[in-house]
Design a protein around this ligand. Sequence first.
Ligand SMILES: C[S@@+](CC[C@H](N)C(=O)[O-])C[C@H]1O[C@@H](n2cnc3c(N)ncnc32)[C@H](O)[C@@H]1O
Length: 472
Amino acid sequence: MKNGLALETADIFEDIARISHFASQSLSLAKKKEYAAYYTPKALSEHIICVANYQGGKLGDKGAGGGILSASAAARHILSASKKPCFISANEIIPEIQQFLEQSYSLISRQAESLNKMFDYKIAGDFLMVAGEAIAKPYGDYDSIIINPPYFKISPKNTFNQIIKAHLGFTVPNIYSAFILLSLHLLKPKGALTALVPRSFFNGSYHKSFRRYIRQHYSIDSITRYRSRSNLFKLDNILQENVIVKFTKRHQVPQITVFTCTDPDSEPEHNMLLPSELLLDNDKEIFVLPADHDELNAYKRIKEMPCSLADYGLSISTGKVVEYRHKQSLNNFNIGAMYIEAKCLDTNYDTYRKKHSSRSHGNAMHINETTLPLLLEAQNVILLKRISSNSDKQRMKCSVLRQSDCISDKVALSNHLQYISGEVLKDTQFSLRLARYLSSPDVELAMRAINGTTQINASDMSLIRLPFLSEV
Ligand SMILES: C[S@@+](CC[C@H](N)C(=O)[O-])C[C@H]1O[C@@H](n2cnc3c(N)ncnc32)[C@H](O)[C@@H]1O
């Protein structure tokens, strides 16, 4: 066997995992980064295969790597009592990796032959090359597709986006969403796509049209959420919150199964069967994903609150000072408008307190024609860090900047801060009560169900509803 692999143990799944591992090891760090070639660990692949529950027919693996997903699903099928033929159509862009894929599928071929089952496969290169043909049709001929796609940003002007813009009227911001979209298009009616993907398409404005498209044409049947961002691809040191989503080409099912796992080596801690309308239908078109009953109940309580931020005339905005762009206008001598940076905001207090940071860009911004549009009048506002660190237990920590805290008539806020402003905040006691409410454990838990990243977007915040003014 090539590469000195000691294969053909009694366990075909072990052999497939080993081929995938060797495929991963054969790549330099630079190549892994270029193609986002981070391969699925065996324990995680087992859960994905279980969710996919492939029952024969045409199986897709797009961005197949060493083939751990499709080869394991095919092996499981061939070892079952079913006589239904299995055909894999795989795409892998790196030619050297295609050789490992061949090895995985050869194992399946031999297994199928010995059991008198029908198996065949085809390996092609760049998956995105099929976009023009696939997107033009409303559906394809795949029974099942299982993917762990690459992940990196793509420009709205790239060829794939130009094709989908022409046919569907929108673009996607990342190659993983391109892989999902294309795979969905290849499914036949009732066919299923099981995808291990970042959770970031669940919220945020860049994926809004994509979510709307999914809602119109596909069902989300199950979602697996992993509590930790860091441990899925621990060998490759990848940090992001991942989910496994099973989509089916049919109308949305009324209930979605949500599995929660701590890490891929452990069994799902629990599963919940939740109404699809609770997770998928809200006026911000965000997909909500509670990890457990605490998050679920907090989200429901917040959703039931009588008022929105807009009902109080409140709006949420992002600070306008982009540090690297405006650093020439900043100074350390209190000259001009008071400048507040996220790293200098001490969130241990209800009201604004400055914290020392050696990495600070300054405490003030010069006022001139260029900077004037970036500034606000000194006033009471509620400040919230837009980006928290991965280890922060609490992300929703709000502080009130009172007009009396402002040492100049104008204030400059870093774009790493979100701020809530409005007439009602002139009442400082109300501002403090509102900041406390927004920093409460319930809002924190609800926010975790709304957003899986360490960033809090203004659109996520507008799903946080408020009690009546007198009760805040
Ligand atoms: C995240 S890895 C996952 C591999 C495998 N599915 C697994 O689960 O272990 C993504 C794979 O997609 C491949 N890839 C990247 N861009 C591709 C493209 N445009 N078409 C086909 N494959 C691509 C990479 O080379 C890499 O092997």
